[in-house]
Write a protein that binds this ligand. Structure first.
Ligand SMILES: [Zn+2]
Ligand SMILES: [Zn+2]
Length: 338
């Protein structure tokens, strides 16, 4: 089969690779559409600490069930599916309490094992989610990033009564904007990039210019109260530290952004109790694919419209282009040519 292989940082090639054999409990999926995520770009640039080379990347996969390995079960062969890439061990504490996204022995498709930039990929049968009729393979490939927005909104208990502020209008911030909007919340977004911010506005957020003066603008908009829900999706330590000032007393902070390993962030301790604030982490997603697919099928998620599609054979060139300028594209999805 064809596969796009990361051999080492800044080394990527399209090559023939052996078609994978589904192991016990696993499905073989014929890949139809494979989304390029910042995580893949980090594999290309050598900044993903969890990956070993050579590796076939991609964890945003839609395709068709081709076969099952011994003892495996899942949707019928020929069914259109998306792959939930987070594989938990099932035995550790987070797995036992239903948080396999935080598994102590986590394996992610496209990071710890071969991913979807190829004609075929394998994954446990239980990680397949059926694609609703009416969604294209291309659109279905967005289930994974949308699921991250679903998880963030679940963690923040975002409802139609809420007013939320999303810090960062990159792909994750935009996923939160759209899911929160779909839930009926009033959504503000901020970003240092005017271009990203205007994309957030196109997707239904009320834009607030980032940078100096953000806190004053937020207090002005909220009669001095602060935002009931603040969702952090920049991964920048100063933005994370500012969430405690931006949030209203009694409100919730959800941190989705990732800082570098070892990087600390500090809050004024008194504000924890004074504001009785709830601070929540949110990592990838768990059991959010069905809702993500329903939202995509409902037409409430517009993000696929601003993404670009390419043939799988163009992948190496697209990675080189994005490594030079990560803002060159909102999102790339590679389609199998047949
Ligand atoms: Zn992703
Ligand atoms: Zn586990």
């Amino acid at each position: 089969m064809r596969a796009v292989i990361f051999d080492a940082p800044f080394s990527i090639r399209m090559a023939e690779a052996p078609k994978p054999e589904p192991q016990a409990g696993e499905a073989l999926v014929r890949v139809k559409a494979a989304g390029l995520c910042a995580g893949d770009l980090y594999i290309y640039t050598g900044k993903n600490p969890y990956v070993s080379y050579p590796r076939i990347g991609c964890h945003e996969i839609s395709g068709v069930v081709e076969a099952y390995g011994p003892g495996a079960s899942g949707p019928a062969i020929g069914t259109r599916v998306v792959v939930d890439p987070f594989i938990g061990c099932g035995y550790c504490y987070p797995c036992r309490v239903g948080k396999r996204n935080c598994c102590a022995n986590l394996a992610i498709v496209g990071v710890h094992r071969e991913g979807g930039f190829a004609d075929f990929v394998t994954a446990p049968g239980g990680n397949l989610n059926v694609v609703p009729d009416g969604l294209t393979d291309f659109e279905a490939a967005f289930a994974e990033p949308v699921a991250i927005g679903v998880q963030g909104c679940r963690r923040g208990m975002v409802s139609a009564q809420d007013m939320i502020l999303v810090l960062g209008a990159g792909p994750i911030g935009l996923a939160i904007v759209e899911v929160a909007r779909a839930h009926g919340a009033k959504v503000y977004a901020t970003d240092l990039s005017a271009e990203r911010l205007s994309t957030a506005a196109d997707l239904g957020a009320i834009p607030i210019a980032g940078g100096a003066g953000l806190l004053e603008r937020v207090l002005e908009l909220t009669n001095g109260e602060g935002m009931p829900v603040v969702m952090e999706a920049t991964g920048a330590a100063p933005a994370m530290e500012q969430t405690i000032d931006l949030v209203a007393a009694g409100g919730r902070i959800v941190i989705l952004g990732l800082v570098k390993k070892g990087q600390g962030i500090t809050f004024p301790g008194l504000d924890f109790t004074r504001k009785e604030v709830t601070i929540l982490g949110s990592r990838a997603s768990v059991d959010c694919f069905p809702e993500a697919l329903d939202l995509l099928a409902s037409g409430k998620i517009h993000y696929p419209r601003i993404a670009s599609s390419f043939a799988l054979g163009e992948a190496a060139g697209v990675f080189r282009k994005l490594a030079d300028n990560p803002m060159a594209l909102h999102k790339a999805v590679f389609l199998s040519e047949d």
